[in-house]
Design a protein around this ligand. Structure first.
Ligand code: ZN
Length: 161
């Protein structure tokens, strides 16, 4: 799936959509899920290639997801070394038990804090929220300010990629 932000093409790999699909909260028992996003940066495009999946160290409930720092760091370190230092942290994803997802106050606060207090190599960071019918995407800059927001229909994503 591709979309354009200013002069940059943003690519979200199909394997991420497959993973999101697995964790969509489409029945009452499913808890929130999430993880970090990693990818590659080029001059004119950003490719979000991989995402971590929930682990037993995360705190998960129907309406909340707090990922473990340890497993996220492990995932990041692994991707970084496999790619010879090219694949880096690009943001966070998590699910919501609602059709059209919007970030909660805490989601925004936590995301801003994460990108403000860490030394990451990217200038842009992505927040993805997976609802049962839609995908919310926001791009933040290093100061934690939203510079792009969009909502995409899940059923149309594969057709456009
Ligand atoms: Zn949330």
């Amino acid at each position: 799936m591709n979309f354009k932000f200013e002069n940059i093409v943003i690519i979200i790999n199909e394997n991420l959509l497959d993973i999101f699909n697995k964790y969509i909260q489409d029945d009452d028992k499913k808890k929130e899920a999430g993880g970090i996003l990693t990818g590659l940066i080029y001059n004119d495009k950003i490719e979000i290639c991989n995402c971590s999946i929930p682990s037993s160290y995360d705190k998960r409930s129907r309406y909340n997801f707090v990922r473990s720092k340890i497993t996220a760091q492990e995932f990041l370190t692994t991707r970084f070394s496999i790619s010879d230092g090219r694949e880096i942290y690009l943001g966070e994803w998590h699910t919501h038990p609602e059709q059209i997802p919007t970030p909660s106050y805490c989601d925004v606060l936590n995301f801003r804090k994460t990108i403000n207090t860490n030394k990451f190599y990217s200038d842009l960071f992505f927040m993805i929220i997976v609802g049962t019918k839609g995908l919310y995407i926001a791009i933040y800059n290093k100061k934690g300010k939203i510079c792009y927001e969009s909502l995409l229909e899940l059923s149309k994503l594969r057709a456009t990629s």
